[in-house]
Design a protein around this ligand. Structure first.
Ligand code: KIV
Ligand code: ZN
Length: 513
């Protein structure tokens, strides 16, 4: 059990392990938005990406490192020399840089994936950590699939990593296999046997059996002082341990853990929404801490209890996690100051130029709608302000879609490509299908539509429609979002945006379109 008043370091990997999740892909501008909000949340370490994995990841880590100054910025690297040097280059402008290097240690990973023996793995650990330590004084080492590794081997691996210069040692439950009591004991035994004062012990738990948070907390009880986690539990397969759940457990039950974090929990709700809006991954309504129903009391008995004393059914307050009371709508009389404050409260950290653009859109929207809700603002900021990628291969010029009862919907779309207007028309099974067929006739390639959804940004009839599309071409995926008071326009904008991003990502990965 931790001594009272100890601090648990929060290491956020939303931009690395979270973004690695199938279907999610953020561009550099979006990653910077998330990183700035994580800084406001007072996260200690932000893992901004895996620089050697792609030029896009390299660029994102470089920009986050240059722009986000308070937290430590970490870059992931395999034990390969090129990975470590590349991570060091991406982190060059960081105020505080960490290289996080890892190699698998479980028998199954060593035999089938790495095709290496234990002694070869040990050699890699030593050379990688020494190389990283020559670049930065802050080096973390992770033993991938630690929870399925032989504990005696792990003790040797970790001892060597520390002796080679690592100051943080991470014990991942990579495949979410561990059970909470067992994992706590496992971590406690390793910490005692390695017995190196001054080292920070960390855990990184995946959620395949829904135990990522429980395993992380059990490790904290056993002496871990860093938790690796993501916003909304985003991550590979069933995700990573959710930051908001770990942090609120520690905060609500400090009596039990004797440890807490430095997180400003009042920023959780806006951070969760920001990440959900940017990734297109929705938060389930009953998600602990940040789900829209997390503080809703429906049953009569509960409501009665709440009216007598909120503590009867509430172990933490909605205010403590920044869950909104009423959504105060803005309108055409709202000034720049009120608008900027609202944008900041929603979790966006815009540059001056982005703020100007956002305010212009806001004014346009005020001419179309009496009241502009939080959801409307979030939708147009993500679509029109921070989404903007520098070069657009295609721009929407015009569209006309007709739907008549009894007839097939038709769409005519005009896009501008390399300064030239191209118009195509199509019929379809519905208006969106007709529009997407017409766009595909314009394109020189045929992307596959992997995902499409549309939602209203509020419950009002004049709500902004927000569309989210994921396209795939060869093995490149890209998402696009579109927002408009006209839902057909929103769906077309989302498709065109995804096409532009597809070009961008394909070019970065040297895939020919
Ligand atoms: O799940 C895992 O083991 C990882 C490591 C790279 C830390 O993500
Ligand atoms: Zn992981």
């Amino acid at each position: 059990m931790a001594e009272s008043g100890e601090v648990v370091i929060v290491f956020d990997t939303t931009l690395r392990d979270g973004e690695q999740a199938a279907r999610v892909n953020l561009n550099t501008g979006e990653k910077v938005q998330v990183a700035r909000q994580l800084e406001r949340l007072k996260v200690d370490v932000i893992e901004a990406g895996f620089p050697a994995s792609s030029p896009g990841d390299f660029d994102a880590v470089r920009v986050v490192a240059a722009e986000v100054r308070s937290p430590v910025i970490a870059g992931l690297a395999r034990t390969k020399e090129r990975d470590i040097i590349t991570a060091g280059e991406a982190l060059r402008d960081a105020a505080r840089a960490r290289i996080h290097t890892f190699i698998a240690t479980s028998p199954i990973h060593m035999e089938y994936k790495l095709k290496m023996t234990g002694s070869e793995v040990l050699k890699e650990v030593e050379s990688a950590v020494r190389l990283a330590r020559g670049i930065t004084s802050d080096v973390e080492f992770s033993a991938e699939d630690a929870s399925r590794s032989d504990i005696n081997f792990l003790v040797d691996v970790f001892t060597l990593a520390i002796e080679s210069g690592a100051s943080t040692i991470n014990i991942p439950d990579t495949v979410g296999y561990a059970m909470p009591l067992e994992f706590g004991e496992f971590c406690g035994t390793i910490i005692n046997r390695v017995n190196k004062p001054g080292v920070v012990w960390s855990v990184h738990c995946h959620n395949d059996l829904g135990l990522g948070v429980a395993n992380s907390l059990s490790a904290v009880r056993a002496g871990a002082r860093q938790v690796e986690c993501t916003i909304n539990g985003l991550g590979e397969r069933a995700g990573n341990a959710s930051m908001e759940e770990i942090v609120m457990s520690l905060r609500t039950r400090t009596d039990h853990f004797g440890a807490d974090t430095r997180i400003d929990t009042t920023k959780f709700y806006s951070t969760s929404k920001l990440v959900s809006n940017l990734t297109g991954v929705l938060v389930q309504p009953n998600k602990a801490v940040v789900g829209i129903n997390a503080f809703a009391h429906e049953a009569g008995i509960h409501q009665h209890g709440m009216l007598c004393n909120r503590a009867t059914y509430e172990i933490m307050t909605p205010e403590s996690v920044g869950a909104p009371g009423t959504d105060l709508h803005l309108g055409k009389h709202s000034g720049r100051h009120a608008f900027n404050e609202k944008v900041e409260n929603l979790g966006y950290n815009l540059t001056k130029e982005q703020s100007e653009r956002a305010f212009e859109y806001f004014k346009v929207l005020c001419d179309k709608k009496k009241e502009v809700s939080d959801g409307d603002i979030e939708a147009f900021i993500t679509d029109r302000v921070i989404d903007a990628i520098p070069e657009k291969n295609y721009e929407l010029k015009d569209f006309a879609v007709t739907v008549a009862s009894g007839g097939k919907p038709t769409a005519s779309i005009t896009l501008v490509h390399l300064g030239r207007e191209i118009t195509e028309a199509s019929i379809g099974n519905g208006p969106v299908d007709a529009a997407y067929r017409a766009i595909r006739k314009i394109l020189s390639f045929e992307p596959e539509l992997l995902e499409f959804h549309i939602r209203a940004t509020s419950e009002l009839a004049d709500a902004v429609g927000e569309a989210h599309v994921i396209l795939r071409y060869k093995d490149v995926r890209a998402q696009g979002r579109g927002a408009s008071t006209d839902i057909i326009e929103a769906t077309i904008r989302a498709y065109v945006e995804a096409v532009n991003r597809l070009y961008h990502t394909a070019a970065a990965r040297e895939v020919k379109i």
